[in-house]
Design a protein around this ligand. Structure first.
Ligand code: NAD
Length: 297
């Protein structure tokens, strides 16, 4: 195998350890404990698993975890009232609303009700705008995790040709903004792009965030390129059962790439570690204290 494996699991564990150090330093010097509130509406099983694991990891880094579980038929008005209370609660530095929300609730209205300073997912219009205009922002966790892996591998990204495949608001678009901020030449490819293989072939950095199992083939990859695979797809195994694969055909791409993230164990673990990093960053900003280095973009 030619490519260096970018081990997100190990990187994320180190990042969480740095967050834990930062949280304990805040506690020792200022008596402040960062707090993350996670709001779950309804009983979606996958969302319940995510919320439980976010709560556990939040506590493990020495932060307060506030879980707010609401019934599936909660009204938008009641949910907005809860967001309002969390916005004004000084013990809460980060607020995350687990998506998707039930169909009767306007997701955008709820997300944009979160105070931008506490928007640790970076999904509010204000934070998206701040990121796009190069101002201090809360940066969405998954693209932030990808950027950290890329910076760690390359040092400087300046001048590199990058393609982001996927243009979602939570991954593709903010990823492209971050790469642009780091002086890459950025192409955003999507379902209507013509000749995607040709775009990928000229790219030093490929970020795949599509949601199509093993779509990016090894012979699309420029030799030596860095491949960040955001996709998480569950597929049937020929012998029965299922397994997780990314949006990139790892077996062939890893023969050509210079570096590649595996699935699982690449980008996935970085997302939650970046959520904790963002909560610490938000807490420092809220209290006018310096932020630990290397926790944000
Ligand atoms: P999305 O469905 O919102 O967006 C997918 C994007 O892919 C769209 O912009 C679409 O234009 C593009 N696309 C679809 N078909 C295409 C094609 N044939 N060629 C090129 N582009 C195509 O998805 P998302 O929320 O951005 O997530 C993308 C993937 O990343 C999913 O597999 C998701 O599970 C995964 N994901 C992983 C993490 C993580 O923590 N690792 C976080 C978020 C999302």
């Amino acid at each position: 195998m030619a490519a260096r494996i970018l081990d997100g699991k190990t990187f994320a564990a180190e990042l969480r350890a740095r967050v834990a150090d930062g949280a304990s330093a805040l506690q020792a010097a200022h008596g402040i404990t960062p707090g993350l509130a996670v709001v779950l509406v309804g009983e979606d099983p996958a969302s319940q698993v995510y919320v439980r694991s976010k709560g556990k990891m939040t506590r493990e880094v020495g932060m307060n975890s506030f879980e707010r579980r609401l019934a599936a038929d909660t009204s938008e008005t009641d949910l907005l009232a809860l967001i309002g209370r969390l916005n004004s609660d000084p013990a809460v530095h980060g607020i995350l609303v687990q998506l998707p929300l039930p169909g009767h609730i306007d997701e955008a209205r709820v997300i944009n009700a979160i105070s931008p300073e506490k928007d640790v997912d970076g999904f509010t219009i204000l934070n998206a705008g701040r990121l796009a205009t190069g101002q201090e922002a809360m940066v969405p966790c998954t693209p932030l995790g990808c950027l950290m892996l890329l910076r760690d591998h390359h040092g400087s990204l300046s001048g590199l040709e990058a393609v982001v495949i996927g243009r979602s608001n939570i991954v593709g678009k903010p990823m492209a903004q971050l790469l642009l901020r780091d002086n890459c030449t950025v192409t955003i490819a999507h379902s209507r792009s013509r000749d995607l293989p040709a775009i990928v072939r000229r790219s030093d950095i490929v970020v795949a965030a599509v949601g199509r199992p093993e779509m990016v083939e090894g012979d699309w990859i420029k030799p030596g390129a860095t491949v960040i695979d955001v996709g998480i797809n569950r597929i049937e195994k020929p012998e029965g059962g299922t397994r997780l694969v990314g949006d990139v055909d790892f077996a062939s791409a890893s023969q050509v790439a210079g570096a590649i993230t595996p699935v699982p164990g690449g980008v996935g673990p970085m997302t939650i570690a970046c959520l904790l990093a963002n909560t610490l960053t938000a807490c420092c900003r809220a209290n006018g204290l310096p932020e630990p280095e290397g926790l944000t973009a």
